[in-house]
Design a protein around this ligand. Sequence first.
Ligand code: GLU
Length: 492
Amino acid sequence: MSTDPQKSIETAPRVRIAPSPTGGLHIGTARTALFNWLYAKKHRGVFVLRIEDTDRARSTKEYEQAIIEDLQWLGLSWDEGIEPAGGTHGPYRQTERSEIYATYLKKLLDQDLAYPCFCTKEERETDRQLAIKNKRSPIYAGRCANLNADQRAQKTEQGLTCVYRFRTPDRAIQVVDEIRGKLKFTGSDFGDFVIAKTEHAPLFLLANVVDDSLMNISHVIRGDDHLPNLPKQVLLMQALGFAVPRYAHVPLILNPDRSKMSKRAGPTHVREYRELGFLPEAILNFIALLGWNPATTQEIFTQPQLIEAFNLRQINKSGSIFDLSRLKWMIGMYIRALSEDELVRRSESFWSEAAKKQSTELKRRALVTIKERISHFAELPKLTDFYFLDKLTIDGPLLTWKKSTLQESVNALKGVRDFLASQSESSFITPDKLEAALKSYVTQSGQSVGAVFWPLRVALTGRSASPGPQEIMWVLGKDGAIKRLDSALSAF
Ligand code: GLU
């Protein structure tokens, strides 16, 4: 196996997303998955999903399942990895690979490139304090670095347990990052680090590099919170005789104040967006542009366009700010582009219980009247509840137009009610037709638009803000509309 230089990109790339199931799918991980997916699609490569569950205390099956479901929901299907994909480089769950890691740990130990460390917490703390006092960096002091076989046996006999440390060479480590460019590290900055807690309990650093190598990963595209791990991983790969993949560290997603993204900027997990009824294709479009600059003013990209345009080199070096209002704007664009049938289908589970009992046609029409305003389907019940109430409570002061008395507004309502009742059903066929009829009625009766439309809207909805009365009556139909107007009039 070759070591440096880093792997060439001539062959079809193999990329991966390697989430740790210690929480649901974070929006940042989703973006990393997307960048990997786009890269694989663009270069006809392979996108692998591996589950990094070496942290047994914090990893759960539920989180693993949630991550899988949410990646699927976003449409980021993987070519190889965890079920249902499978593949020839498995198993793809780290807890099922402990024998493999044990082999590589043994290899390092046999070559004295790693060693057992018996230091107690107290000893490490004493060394740390001493280093701080002497203005040295508080890296591992090396108490166990040069124990001979007898000394190790003695410690084991004393009942001391050990962890395994990598023997870090004191030299410069250079890596060319696809986004960051040339990066330089020095071994003495971090010293001998722990790679396994026991022979069968590797830590992330070891498992991660063994997997990337055995799974033949050519490009590691991941969040730059992993930059501190980079020199350690490169050293481990070199020590194990593995070829070093190309690395691309993607800057983090930030709050508007440039701190690391938190709830302050918006929901942080894909599941929350899913439950709020955000469209997955719009989320993908939005997160693709978080940190990747396609050098065009185009904002709405279809998936083939994203694949075509994507380029790792165009990922910004600095973090990108999460702007929830921009996401909502984008979702709105996608919602308005949906066909009516799609709108009905995609919004299905978000309706109120009262609405669910109604006909699909009624819901379809209700959707048409609010689709300009909605940004996610969880808003549906709030925006449409008045369509589905059996009885509205109409408040006198609300019914009163600002330039009229209550009695004048009631009279205007009565007039327009009689006018509408005299219209044929066919006048209710489109909102435009109804609006034209209403406007000519207003002109002919010598009233102002507000004096008629205001009480009409309130009587139909019980609200001061809603879609236009013509749209509401188109949804309710002639009988439904007249029933509401009569019910409102009976209260005054
Ligand atoms: N398991 C790591 C995480 O979830 C990913 C490590 C990597 O991509 O190299 O942050």
